[in-house]
Design a protein around this ligand. Structure first.
Ligand code: AOF
Ligand code: ZN
Length: 376
């Protein structure tokens, strides 16, 4: 009986750590979202979350928030406490100094500097360390998919966004796509842009749509603007387009291949665009190389906004982690009209990528389908 009660209250406090962690959304990268609660004699006496790089870790924020002495208390934390000296000192030291007796951890930290070291150290010092049950652990891992994929692969999490008609087209045969999805759906995209480290398009889309790609959420100017990235093998990004012209206001990065002419690269660089060269035998291999190059620059998440050719290459490379599809109740028709993904594709449906989980939401007349294909 006591066992069950203890487990239930653990679940409640762990859930609170996740709510707290989510408050840092869009502001902590390259650090994870982390929340913590200090509980003494069954009552929370302090709580906190990580708000931005360089600011105190969640554990420290929660200890600093304590209304009474945390000596003998339990610390609930959504990510294993760190044992390293980074921008801030190790949390394990602060936990030991505070006299915390028990630590309940929701999820592991797969980064090389962590990997269970903090919990081990705490145990060695006589602190009781427990890992959360499967469900809160899963929820905690889902909060930090960008951080986790980046820690494990060096590549950013890829979120493919698409606005499509009910018949699966992303434009008319003439190439018109303004606007398939509703204003409310487009506002949602701006909110997502504000949460990722980069927004990515192919050069075809950059030329055809001349997009600005900044985050302009309804809630006002976001805490950060994403890096704007163009996959542009031949460095063809127009100097008089919206992207190049705004390079001084929000960063623009062009990923070109060795085939890009030097004068074109130099002109882009002179316009304030960062130009990076990546190689690869085919388009899919180039996607992998490009993702590693972006990851090496600290980009942990990206919103891939098309077009169909680039998005198809991402699928062929096995690099689509999630998809956000805004399906509008309109029919476009046309055999030549483009659909969401081109590239090689799969031969049989048995080989098709199937989502691990799907969430559906109505946004005005549109249906927003969020599908997760991989978990990190
Ligand atoms: C955070 N916030 O609440 C926790 C983190 O450079 P530092 O010192 O801020 O260290 C960042 C690393 O610390 C991060 O990558 C993660 O491995 C670990 N835990 N980080 O930013 C937190 N608990
Ligand atoms: Zn820490």
């Amino acid at each position: 009986m006591t066992q069950t009660l203890a487990t239930q209250s653990d679940a409640v406090h762990l859930e609170r750590t996740l709510e707290l962690a989510a408050r840092g959304r869009g502001r902590t990268s390259p650090n994870p979202l982390v929340g913590a609660v200090v509980v003494k004699q069954g009552r929370p006496i302090g709580e906190g979350f990580h708000s931005e790089p360089g600011s105190p870790h969640a554990e420290l924020a929660a200890l600093a928030d304590c209304l009474e002495d945390p000596d003998g208390a339990t610390l609930y934390v959504s990510l294993e406490p760190c044992a390293h000296h980074g921008r801030t000192p190790p949390c394990v030291d602060a936990i030991l100094a505070a006299g915390i007796r028990r630590v309940v951890v929701a999820s592991d930290d797969p980064s090389a500097k962590a990997n269970g070291r903090g919990p081990e150290l705490l145990r060695a010092e006589g602190v009781e360390v427990e890992w959360a049950d499967a469900e809160p652990a899963h929820a905690a891992r889902l909060l930090n998919q960008p951080f986790r994929k980046h820690a494990r692969t060096g590549r950013p999490l890829v979120l493919l966004k698409s606005a499509l008609t009910l018949d699966g087209k992303v434009a008319t045969p003439a190439g018109d796509s303004r606007w398939i999805s509703s204003e409310a759906s487009r506002a949602r995209v701006h909110a997502r842009r504000a949460e990722v480290d980069a927004v990515v398009v192919g050069i075809g889309t950059a030329v055809a749509d001349d997009p600005l790609l900044t985050a302009r959420p309804e809630s006002g100017e976001p805490a950060r603007q994403p890096r704007r990235v163009v996959f542009d093998s031949h460095a063809r990004l127009p100097l008089n387009g919206a992207l190049a012209r705004s390079a001084d206001k929000a960063p623009v990065l062009v990923l070109c291949s060795p085939a890009a002419p030097a004068p074109a690269r130099e002109a882009l660089a002179a316009a304030g665009v960062e130009v990076l060269q990546t190689e690869g035998a085919d388009e899919a291999a180039r996607v992998g190389e490009a993702l590693s190059a972006l990851g090496a620059r600290g980009i942990q998440s990206l919103l891939l906004e098309g077009g169909p050719r680039l998005a198809g290459a991402f699928l062929d490379a096995g690099e689509i982690d999630e998809m956000l599809a805004f399906v509008a109740p309109v029919l476009a028709g046309g055999g030549e009209a483009r659909s969401v993904l081109e590239g090689r594709g799969v031969e049989s449906i048995a080989d098709a990528r199937r989502a691990l989980a799907v969430a559906v939401e109505r946004i005005g007349d549109d249906t927003c389908i969020c599908a997760r294909f991989r978990e990190w």
